[in-house]
Design a protein around this ligand. Structure first.
Ligand code: HEC
Length: 186
């Protein structure tokens, strides 16, 4: 073996391992950022629903969620958004091609029996690291994302006012409502 190929044989796997370790570090960073949002939202939703009913909790999903996402970006450098195959807010929740493919894959895997709360995908795409995590429907979500005939009149009226093209109803518990999507330049 020539010296050159010996060096290559030693160095290439080493570089490959480094690249892999970099991806693993990005994955756990992305996962931490993405997972920090839903528990806070859930707690605020619970609190507001108790205090002022589901229609009173709408600002949590409408205003507080994007505000928290903006704050996360400032603190971590990760861009955070929520996307869905059936978006309520057309201005911010329509998935791009990469997100759409991931969401479709999540739906297939959930239908095949994988626990929806565990569905995630993270990878380097071009010059960014991208990560999505599925958001499964829990009983509380049905107040605003359940079948239309089961929404309260007050919720229906507020949703109708803000989201004339709302597609985010008709869900049942365990389905995937959408995903948290985070991205950061490498
Ligand atoms: C009190 C009503 C309410 C409850 C309860 C609620 N949501 Fe929402 N949800 C909304 C509203 C309003 C929006 C639109 C937000 C916006 O304008 O960006 C929304 C948007 C979303 C989005 C962003 C994608 C889209 O369709 O615009 C996701 C994902 C989502 N909700 C998931 C959930 C999950 C999961 C739960 C249960 C844990 C839940 N929501 C409970 C009202 C609610």
């Amino acid at each position: 073996m020539k010296t050159q190929s010996i060096v290559a044989a030693l160095v290439i796997p080493f570089v490959a391992t480094l690249a892999h370790a970099g991806d693993d570090a990005m994955l756990s960073e992305a996962r931490n950022v993405a997972m920090s949002l839903p528990p806070k939202l859930l707690a605020s939703l619970q609190e507001e629903i108790k205090k002022s009913g589901p229609e009173g909790a709408i600002p949590v999903c409408k205003d507080m969620a994007p505000k928290m996402a903006g704050k996360l970006f400032q603190e971590t450098g990760w861009k955070v958004k929520r996307v869905s195959l059936k978006p309520r807010n057309e201005a911010r929740a329509i998935p791009d091609d990469w997100e759409k493919a991931a969401l479709e894959d999540f739906d297939r895997r959930a239908a095949a029996g994988e626990p929806p709360a565990q569905l995630e995908k993270g990878e380097t795409v071009g010059s960014e690291y991208r990560y999505v995590k599925a958001l499964p429907v829990q009983p509380l979500c049905l107040n605003c994302h359940g079948p239309v005939d089961q929404l309260s009149p007050a919720v229906k009226s507020v949703l109708g006012e803000h989201y004339p093209n709302d597609r985010a109803t008709g869900y049942s518990v365990g389905q995937i409502r959408g995903a948290i999507s985070v991205r950061k330049p490498l």
